[in-house]
Ligand binder design. Structure first.
Ligand code: PMP
Length: 368
């Protein structure tokens, strides 16, 4: 597969913006090239533009992830990479994307922003890929094989909001047979214990793997996401991004995090808490099903999810109502918090279960 043939004509021809810091990155004593303010008024050299290609950070991430720096793109959260993939590959109003709901909502939102039609191929009721259906979908007259229009396939493993890993055989089948870019979103991969698809980039030129510092690394506020792909694809990502897309405080915060902490202990703690939470939730009559999770959250089917959602909210605990998603009727998505946070949630649910006279309990019983 020639990636170049999938790229929009204007992007293939693009002469990217050349920033002052990308034209000169040495150690001069005086920098008068970027119209910055030479006075470091607030300390920490925040008066200077950051490294546009985040060289030091990529070197460090390359070691951590066992991926060469030239195969790494860094963005303002991994959401940035999703946006850029549309800019690179999808001619607005013409090229199509394929999503497999229930899944992460930003794929659809970004498609809508970019004017990209979306073909939705639902996961099975067990939340697994229907790989044949994906290929059938793109074989239709306006699909990739018919008109060369299906460009992006979004897979999420472990999937949000369902929490499960997608079957690797189905992912591999699609990587081999889907004639466009296959993005495997591993935002929750650190909780899954399975090897990352980033270790197989050499086998699949159309593979883009997404990861983030927002979950296991506890740096959601810093905004740093990663895309791993062939150097050809990262070249395009770097060509269309804003010149200084990752701020200096973010680059520093993540480098400092590497020095301070190994996250595996915290990940283990979250996994232990996930087990405790799942076991405790399973005791309540109003919990119908706890879907197996490879992530840091649980998708829980409740007998009256909207009442429980509102009850928790009124008591200061916010979970996510996913009951409108396909195959997710009555489901709340509950993030595994810290030990005390999870205990607070469970205590509220215990109070609800024990309070036979409460309006909520009565309405739940009525709705059974
Ligand atoms: N992918 C998935 C599956 C997510 O759930 C999220 C955040 N909720 C993201 C990507 C984006 O994460 P971020 O932009 O913080 O890296």
């Amino acid at each position: 597969m020639k990636i170049e043939n999938l790229v929009r004509d204007n992007i293939r021809r693009l002469k990217p913006y050349s920033s002052a810091r990308s034209e000169y990155s040495g150690t001069a004593s005086v920098f008068l090239d970027a119209n910055e303010n030479g006075h470091d008024l607030f300390g920490g050299s925040l008066n200077r533009y950051p490294d546009p290609l985040q060289g030091a950070l990529k070197e460090r991430i390359a070691k951590l992830k066992n991926v060469p720096p030239e195969s790494i793109f860094l963005g303002n959260g991994s959401d940035e990479a999703i946006d850029l993939l549309f800019r690179i590959f999808c001619e607005p109003g013409r090229d199509e994307a394929i999503t497999c709901p229930p899944t992460y909502g930003m794929y659809q939102v970004q498609a809508d922003i970019h004017g990209t039609p979306v073909r939705r191929v639902l996961l099975t009721e067990g939340f697994q890929l229907n790989a044949e259906a994906v290929l059938n979908e793109i074989s239709s007259p306006s699909g990739v094989r018919g008109g060369g229009r299906g460009k992006l396939l979004f897979l999420c493993s472990p999937n949000n909001p369902t929490g499960n890993l997608l079957d690797p055989t189905a992912i591999e089948f699609l990587l081999k047979n889907f004639p466009g870019i296959v993005m495997v979103d591993e935002a929750y991969g650190d909780f899954s214990g399975v090897p990352s698809w980033s270790q197989r980039l050499a086998e699949f030129p159309n593979l883009v793997v997404l990861q983030t510092f927002s979950k296991a690394w506890a740096l959601a506020g810093a905004r740093l996401g990663m895309a791993f792909a062939s150097p050809e694809i990262t070249h395009y990502l770097n060509s269309v991004k804003y010149p200084y897309n990752v701020g200096l405080p973010t680059q520093r915060a993540v480098l400092a995090a590497f020095e301070k902490q190994d996250v595996t202990t915290v990940v283990d703690e979250i996994l232990t808490e996930r087990k405790r939470l799942a076991e405790a939730l399973g005791q309540f009559d109003f919990v119908e099903k706890i879907h197996p999770s490879d992530a840091n959250f649980l998708l829980v089917k409740m007998k009256d999810s909207s009442l429980i959602f509102n009850y928790l909210k009124q008591n200061g605990v916010v979970v996510r109502d996913r009951s409108k998603e396909p195959h997710c009727e009555g489901c709340l998505r509950i993030t595994v918090g810290t030990g005390p946070e999870n205990t607070q949630l469970l205590k509220l649910l215990e109070a609800l279960a024990g309070d036979q006279n409460s309006i909520i309990q009565n309405s739940i019983i009525q709705s059974l």
